[in-house]
Ligand binder design. Structure first.
Ligand SMILES: Nc1ncnc2c1ncn2[C@@H]1O[C@H](COP(=O)(O)OP(=O)(O)OP(=O)(O)O)[C@@H](O)[C@H]1O
Ligand SMILES: [Mg+2]
Length: 262
């Protein structure tokens, strides 16, 4: 369903993604793990037509991602790492806008919006302006929005960052059902290794733009002769910090702050 072949992205002299190749099967839940700045979001941006690869081949749902952008875009939903809902609209209006953009018919719109907003427990707050939502509520709204047009492939870039345990469980249950029952293909990133262990059939670890390994968590432990995914991950990526803000919660808080200031 997703084919990545020798994918490279350069920003000037800096290589953010360096000759990465992997495939994700239909209905698979696939995790992309790696330290801050590893190149995870850049890879997702290329797969979702937001960035053009410097070189390499990308296929999604049978479409060439670079040459068949419109067809590619109709095939996936995405939940961004940075909140992207419009604060000055109500939650319902955000959903409506997205539905129109993706050509969901007005007949389907009402039932689907209700179903998804009920699922993420926001239906009773549908008419509130998004700026009155908490961070977790915005995240849930984004997830509901990413599912509106019943995509074949769903990209989740750190979907659970800043969410409480209850909401995280709710999200993984729902996403797991989409993969198993609707054969939706899910590619996600997370810094919570237990989420990858519990939900991904296979895991790819990238660092400094390079793919270090790919396999089930058992295979990764075996390769590294370690006892847990966390040990395997640290064995492969080392223990030093990457960004000035390596704690994902701190990154989240900083983003929220800069957003409210804008
Ligand atoms: N538009 C850009 N211009 C220049 N450099 C960029 C750009 N976008 C990303 N980078 C750099 O590419 C590298 C990979 O960034 P990316 O956002 O893909 O990391 P990530 O794996 O998603 O990290 P995180 O876990 O912190 O989200 C980083 O060093 C980043 O600074
Ligand atoms: Mg990222």
């Amino acid at each position: 369903m997703i084919e990545v072949s020798h994918l490279t992205k350069k920003f000037g002299n800096f290589t953010a993604v360096n000759d990465i190749s992997f495939n994700v099967a239909s209905g698979e839940m696939f995790a992309l793990l790696g330290p801050n700045g590893a190149g995870k979001s850049t890879t997702i941006k290329m797969l979702t037509t937001l960035l053009k690869p410097s070189s390499g081949q990308l296929t999604l749902n049978g479409y060439d991602v670079v040459k068949q952008q419109d067809l590619t875009r109709k095939s996936f939903g995405i939940v961004f790492q940075d909140p992207s809902v419009d604060n000055d609209l109500t939650a319902f209006e955000n959903m409506q806008l997205h539905a129109v953009m993706y050509g969901v018919s007005s007949k389907e719109l009402k039932t689907r919006v209700k179903e998804l907003m009920t699922l993420v427990e926001l239906w009773d707050r549908k008419d509130s302006l998004v700026k009155t939502y908490s961070g977790g509520m915005k995240r849930r709204l984004e997830i509901a929005r990413g599912l509106l047009h019943h995509p074949r492939v769903l990209f989740l870039d750190e979907p659970t960052l800043g969410l409480d345990t209850q909401t995280r469980n709710l999200l993984w249950n729902y996403v797991g059902n989409l993969a198993h029952e609707k054969k939706m293909t899910i590619l996600f990133t997370t810094h919570y290794l237990e989420e990858a262990e519990a939900n991904a059939s296979r895991i790819a670890i990238i660092d400094h733009g390079k793919l270090l390994t790919i396999g089930t968590s058992e295979e990764l432990m075996k390769q590294t002769k370690t006892q847990s995914l966390e040990e395997a991950y640290l064995y492969l990526t080392g223990k030093e910090l990457r960004d000035e803000q390596a704690d994902p919660h701190e990154v989240w808080r900083a983003r929220q702050r800069s957003r409210t200031m804008r």
